[in-house]
Design a protein around this ligand. Structure first.
Ligand SMILES: C[S@@+](CC[C@H](N)C(=O)[O-])C[C@H]1O[C@@H](n2cnc3c(N)ncnc32)[C@H](O)[C@@H]1O
Length: 257
């Protein structure tokens, strides 16, 4: 039994990525932008004899990943590195590669995709997945405020400290198809829904409010509107009128030999 703090926050999504990767025992699998190690933990449960490597630039996340993976089988190596730079692995050193919701942070995501193709073995598979933040459905009754805030969030772009692209999800298939080292073998869309303002829906709403607060003047949203919006969502939730859906685009690819 996995302790509660180490359980995945998105078990359906992490399992779906494993299903698309179809890993085999003994595979060497790389997670690009592994964060707190939730996907690696799901892989360790599914293929306990795999060798797992996670890369992230956030040392705190890697410490959390280490704690999460300590109790699970499998050999794991976690590395702190900047994925805007070339990967330090030799050609064909992995059988599997996964990367979820990371490409939007990179200045040149196409370079990382090309690098992924380089380090992927001939019979391996890569799965890239990305939420389309521009296609969130948030329904709390007939509110113009929700449309206004959703639009502001969807039009967020690079703000100097990070390279946000709310539409990376819908651009993912095109981006991978233009990559000179990869060929697409399958695509999928995973949609998570919730009729309650909790779990993923609550996290996403919190993220929208937090992100827009940092960019108030650029998107013509006021603090008052954000507070009113949050109150509207909570009230809709209490009345059973809340609905949330979030699409994640997924691409399975192989090395282009
Ligand atoms: C939205 S999180 C996704 C984490 C994880 N893939 C998941 O699905 O739970 C994005 C991750 O990418 C990492 N990241 C962003 N830019 C990076 C970079 N240039 N190099 C390495 N990691 C980066 C962040 O630290 C963060 O852990």
């Amino acid at each position: 039994m996995v302790p509660e703090v180490l359980q995945s926050t998105r078990p359906g999504l992490h399992r779906r990525i494993v299903d698309l990767l179809r890993p085999k025992q003994g595979w060497r699998i790389l997670d690009l932008g592994c964060g707190r190690g939730e996907q690696l933990a799901e892989l360790a449960r599914f293929v306990p004899k795999a060798r797992l490597v996670g890369i992230d630039r956030n040392a705190e996340f890697l410490t959390a990943a280490e704690a999460r993976l300590a109790s699970l089988p499998g050999r794991t190596l976690l590395r702190c590195a900047d994925l805007d730079l070339a990967l330090t692995f030799t050609d064909r050193s992995f059988d599997g590669i996964v990367s979820h919701n990371m490409l939007e942070f990179l200045e040149y995501p196409v370079i990382l995709l090309a690098e992924a193709g380089r380090v992927l073995g001939e019979h391996g598979r890569a799965v890239f997945s990305h939420t389309d933040f521009g296609a969130l459905t948030i329904d709390a009754g007939s509110s113009d405020l929700t449309s206004h805030i959703r639009h502001a969030y969807a039009s967020l772009e690079a703000d100097g400290s990070q390279h946000l692209d709310a539409h990376l999800g819908r651009r993912l298939v095109g981006m991978v198809s233009r990559c000179p080292t990869l060929r697409i073998t399958e695509t999928a869309v995973h949609i998570e829904t919730s009729a309650r303002l909790d779990g993923l829906a609550a996290n996403r709403v919190r993220d929208i409010v937090w992100t827009l607060r940092r960019n108030l003047s650029r998107h013509h949203v006021t603090c008052g509107e954000l507070e009113r919006w949050r109150a509207e969502l909570e009230s809709a939730d209490r009345a059973g009128r809340f609905f949330f859906a979030e699409p994640v685009y997924m691409v399975q690819a192989r090395r282009l030999t």
